[in-house]
Design a protein around this ligand. Structure first.
Ligand code: ACO
Length: 312
C-alpha cells in the first residue's frame, strides 16, 4: 500500500506588509530585500489570530478537500516552532476544534523542515496499516518571534499555514522516497534566544542551505530509483530565491518547473512547502502522475526531501 496526499488546504492572514511598509520602520529598502531574497511582501497575523487559529483553518480546508470527515482522522501532526504555548500542543488544540475525536495528536519541532518530517512520519503509519488518515499541518506565526529592530531577520519572515491529509493512494502513486537529516552542531546558526527572538547567522545558513538543498534533492531521487530527468516540478522551501535557484540548477530544471511563492509570502517556515504545492495546483502547474520533489532546510539544523508521484 502506498501513502500519498489526498487533500490540501491553506490559510493566510489578510494583512499584507510590503517591503515599502518596512522601509518606513527600519533601515532597509525594497531594492535590497527583492534582490537579496526575492521577497516583495508577506502576510502578518493580527494579535487575535494565533498559530492554532491558522492551523485550524488550513486543516478544515484540507479535510474538506480530501472528502473525508474529521472523525475519520487517526493522527494529527502539526509542524511548528511557534506554537501558541509549549503545551497543550497545537495539534491537540485543533484536534478538539476540528472534532477529530479518535485522532492521536503531537507537534513536530523541525523548523522549516517540519512538513517534510511530518509527511515521512505519516507515510510510516499509513503504509504499516496502523492508521488510515493522517493530517499534517505546517504552520507558523513567525511575527511573534521576529525582532523588528533587527533588519537582518525582520524582512525575511511571514505567517501562514498549509495542511495536507495523507491516506492510501493507488499503486505507484504517493510518497516514493524521503530523506531526513539533522546536524545539531549547527544549532547556534539559527535559534530562538531568551528574549524569544529569532537569531540567525545569515551567511552560514545560506552556505549550508545551498549545499544541503542540492544534495538532498539528488539523494532522494536516487532512493526513489529516479533521475533528474524524471522530475516534473520542484517545490523548494521558500527561504531565499538565490538558495532556491541553486537547487533548481542542481536538478537542471527550467525556471518554470520550480515553485516560486516567496515574493508573496516571505519565508513562512514549515508552511512554505504545503502552501507552494497548493498555489501550483491552483495554477495548473502540477498534474496527475507528475514527479514532484519537495526539499527544505531549517533551524536545528534540519533538512528533508520527499519525492511524490502526484495523484490519488
Ligand atoms: N536591508 C538593508 N541592508 C541589509 C539588510 C536589510 N534588511 N539586512 C542586512 N543588510 C546589510 C548587512 O548589514 C550587510 O551590510 P555590511 O556589508 O555593511 O555589513 C549587507 O546588507 C550584506 O549582508 P549579507 O549578510 O552579506 O547579505 P546576504 O547577501 O548574505 O543576504 C540574507 C542576507 C538574505 C539573510 C542571506 O544571507 C540569507 O538568505 N541567508 C539564509 C537565510 C535563511 O534561509 N534562513 C532560513 C531560516 S529558516 C528557519 O528555520 C526559520
Amino acid at each position: 500500500m502506498n501513502a500519498g496526499i489526498i487533500g490540501m488546504g491553506k490559510f493566510h492572514p489578510e494583512k499584507i506588509v510590503t517591503n515599502h511598509d518596512l522601509e518606513k520602520v527600519m533601515d532597509t529598502s525594497d531594492e535590497w530585500i527583492r534582490t537579496r531574497t526575492g521577497i516583495e511582501e508577506r502576510r502578518i497575523a493580527e494579535d487575535d489570530c494565533d498559530t492554532s487559529d491558522m492551523a485550524y483553518e488550513a486543516a478544515k480546508r484540507a479535510i474538506q478537500d480530501a472528502g473525508i470527515t474529521a472523525e475519520e482522522i487517526d493522527l494529527i501532526l502539526v509542524a511548528t516552532v511557534t506554537p501558541d504555548r509549549p503545551f497543550p500542543s497545537v495539534s491537540c488544540m485543533i484536534q478538539h476544534r476540528l472534532g477529530a475525536v479518535k485522532a492521536a495528536a503531537m507537534d513536530i519541532s523541525a523548523a522549516c523542515s517540519g512538513f517534510m518530517y511530518g509527511v515521512a512520519t505519516a507515510k510510516q503509519f499509513i503504509e504499516s496499516k496502523a492508521y488510515r488518515y493522517v493530517l499534517i499541518v505546517g504552520v507558523e506565526k513567525l511575527s511573534k518571534i521576529t525582532n523588528w529592530e533587527d533588519r537582518n531577520t525582520a524582512v525575511l519572515f511571514g505567517d501562514g499555514a498549509g495542511a495536507a491529509v495523507m491516506g492510501p493512494v493507488s499503486k505507484g502513486r504517493g510518497v516514493l522516497a524521503f530523506e531526513l537529516g539533522a546536524d545539531g552542531s549547527g544549532g547556534s546558526q539559527l535559534y530562538e534566544n531568551e528574549q524569544k527572538h529569532i537569531v540567525m547567522n545569515g551567511r552560514e545558513v545560506f552556505k549550508f542551505a545551498v549545499r544541503q538543498m542540492g544534495e538532498s534533492a539528488v539523494n532522494v531521487l536516487e532512493k526513489a530509483g529516479l533521475t533528474k530527468d524524471d522530475v516534473d516540478f520542484l517545490i523548494p522551501h521558500q527561504a531565499n530565491i538565490r538558495i532556491m535557484e541553486s537547487a533548481r540548477q542542481r536538478l537542471n530544471l527550467p525556471v518554470e518547473k520550480m515553485s516560486k511563492t516567496i515574493h508573496k509570502y516571505g519565508n513562512t517556515s514549515s508552511a512554505s512547502i504545503p502552501v507552494s504545492i497548493i498555489d501550483e495546483l491552483e495554477a495548473g502547474n502540477i498534474k496527475e502522475d507528475d514527479i514532484i520533489v519537495m526539499v527544505g532546510f531549517g533551524g536545528g539544523l534540519t533538512w528533508g526531501a520527499i519525492v511524490v508521484k502526484w495523484g490519488k
